[in-house]
Write a protein that binds this ligand. Structure first.
Ligand code: ZN
Ligand code: FE
Length: 257
């Protein structure tokens, strides 16, 4: 079982530290937007980083790379299609990521939508998906189209149900307020809202989530559900014929929510 530590950064970002299987004092850092809180966690747990994994080019996911490289000479994995200073390994769909010294191996998934070249890392029953999938939500469409994002999300929802999903923002409570507008009587959603309310009182992350759970209440994975479709139609005031049209409307609705 691989252990993952969280580092709080900025308002609501998580930087994940994946402990090695071979040596648990070694870690891979996922999306280091800020180096300062990373150093504090490394020091607290006596950890040494052996690699950096990047999902996309936004500053809140990459801003700490430069400084970390000044202290540690380690490989930086990231998307082939995006410009990120410091990247040593440029990755695309299907590429293996072998993390030497950690005993970890991930596979790369192309998940465009939030950004054009966004990638995710899948392995050891875990998914590091950056700003593509959030618990009860999905990333905003900054560079890609709704169609691209839906294809990316379908790719992620096809992963095994017990996949542990490590998103990079604590947006769950906000997302749930929106999800409730669409499916006010979804029992899985109502149960999850209760669970998250309790968890947030402790100040702990609501993540990781799982693919299986998300499929039961995340409106962005439920464009084919009649209740989601009806809510979206009522909101936009016209008929929506396909899951793509439903997804597009739901994403637009959330942008203004
Ligand atoms: Zn982003
Ligand atoms: Fe972000």
């Amino acid at each position: 079982m691989v252990e993952v530590l969280h580092v709080d950064a900025f308002e609501d970002n998580y930087i994940w530290l994946i402990r090695g299987l071979d040596d648990t004092s070694k870690v891979a850092i996922v999306d280091p937007g800020d180096e300062i809180p990373v150093y504090a966690t490394l020091k607290k747990h006596a950890l040494t980083p052996l690699a950096i994994l990047c999902t996309h080019h936004h500053g809140d996911h990459t801003g700490g790379i430069d400084n970390i490289l000044k202290h540690y000479s380690i490989p930086v994995f990231g998307p082939a299609q995006e410009h990120i200073p410091g990247i040593s390994h440029r990755l695309k769909q299907g590429d293996p990521v072998d993390l030497h010294g950690l005993g970890l191996r991930f596979e790369v998934l192309d998940v465009p939508g939030h950004t054009r070249g966004h990638i995710a890392y899948y392995g050891h029953g875990m998914l590091f998906c950056g700003d593509t999938l959030f618990s009860a939500g999905c990333g905003r469409l900054f560079e890609g189209t709704a169609e691209q994002m839906l294809i990316s999300l379908n790719k992620l929802s096809a992963l095994p149900d017990d996949t542990q999903v490590y998103c990079t923002h604590e947006y769950t409570a906000d997302n749930l307020r929106f999800a409730l507008q669409l499916e006010p009587s979804n029992p899985d959603l109502l149960a999850y809202i209760k669970k998250i309310e309790k968890l947030r009182q402790t100040g702990l992350p609501t993540l990781p989530t799982t693919i299986g759970a998300e499929k039961t209440f995340n409106p962005f994975l439920r464009s084919a559900e009649p209740e989601v479709k009806e809510a979206a139609q009522a909101h936009c005031g016209h008929a929506l014929r396909t899951p793509e049209e439903v997804f597009t409307e739901v994403r637009k609705w959330k942008d203004r929510f």
